[in-house]
Design a protein around this ligand. Sequence first.
Ligand code: UTP
Length: 288
Amino acid sequence: MAVTKAVIPAAGLGTRFLPATKSMPKEMLPIIDVPVIHYVVKEALDSGIDDIIIITGRSKRAIEDYFDDSPELEMHLANGKKEHLLKMVQEISSLVDIHYIRQKEPLGLGDAVLRAEKHICNEPFAVLLGDDIIRNDRPCTRQLIDTFDRYRCSVIAVEDVPKEMVSSYGIIKGRRLEDSLFLLEDIVEKPKAEEAPSTMGAIGRYVFTPEIFDCLKRTTHGVGGEIQLTDGIRLLKDSQNVYACTFHGRRYDTGDRMGYIEAIIDFALEHDDLRDDVMAYMRWVVQA
Ligand code: UTP
């Protein structure tokens, strides 16, 4: 069965970005003029996904509004003969059909994924975290689906992270099968550096077989009192193979302030109408 559905959890509290996230979703933070979640949805589409479920929570209405029609704005742009802006706005709402499911309380990433069970209907599916942007010609999710198609087993994307950062990730222990492929032997949520089984951290992209849902239901509250996706994966690997895959691409954790700043600078330098001014400004800042 092909992977055509994706779950985008976006119901977290975003405490690293308070106070901004008190009233706005961190997934809507703009990278110049495009919100983070737009890039995540686009990655799913470019990977062959045509059915997207976004898990939302309180204060997340802006996400639904962003992907919806906006008749008043469209009429205003049409009347003002702003064809280019009108086309841009209309394209966003016609990107794909998106379904929204509320996570009533932010009980953890595992709980957020579990909310999508009824919609997924016993099919394999992708998960893309709503605050991670990954850029590559062949999208990261597509790379995972390719591996899924080969093995028909769950696949998680991993990246070698600095040792001092392992306590922020789910860290894997894996048996290397190929250059970029590991058979998952264990995964531990946010271990201390001295206890981490490796420095390979799970980043925000996954493809799962539907059996992950039963594993998540059997998962008890883990690190931080949350239902951890990592703990669900840990149970899953006991009953079927799970693979971990390094990927091609540049990742920005925009839920982290430094990751957000890096994304803004890199994306600004790619805008023809901004590059020279941004470069000149950065030179001025460095010299001052
Ligand atoms: P994070 O751990 O980065 O999100 O979860 P957070 O809890 O919102 O952020 P901080 O650490 O407090 O700043 C990764 C993704 O999972 C979603 C988040 O919205 C984010 O996209 N998530 C997390 C949920 O949907 N529900 C949850 O209960 C937790």
